[in-house]
Design a protein around this ligand. Structure first.
Ligand SMILES: [Zn+2]
Length: 72
């Protein structure tokens, strides 16, 4: 069992999901290369890809909607 010690660079706004073209929030590093996914497709492919991924970089926590401050 090896823990992820690779240097991960944050995903950029210009990184796009390989499946739908939305902004990517998940980067999957495989031996053959990288895949980028939005939160939706990252979840969809997770079961298949996670076991073979060298690295799983997930920034979907950034997608958490910020509570809108209510001003009276
Ligand atoms: Zn997508």
């Amino acid at each position: 069992m090896t823990t992820t010690a690779l240097a991960t660079s944050p995903l950029k706004a210009t990184d796009r999901c390989d499946s739908c073209g939305a902004q990517a929030y998940i980067r999957v590093v495989l031996n053959e290369g990288e895949l980028l996914f939005c939160g939706h497709h990252g979840r969809r492919h997770e079961a298949k890809l996670r076991p073979i991924a060298v690295e799983w970089h997930d920034e979907t926590d950034k997608l958490t909607p910020q509570p809108t401050p209510v001003t009276d």
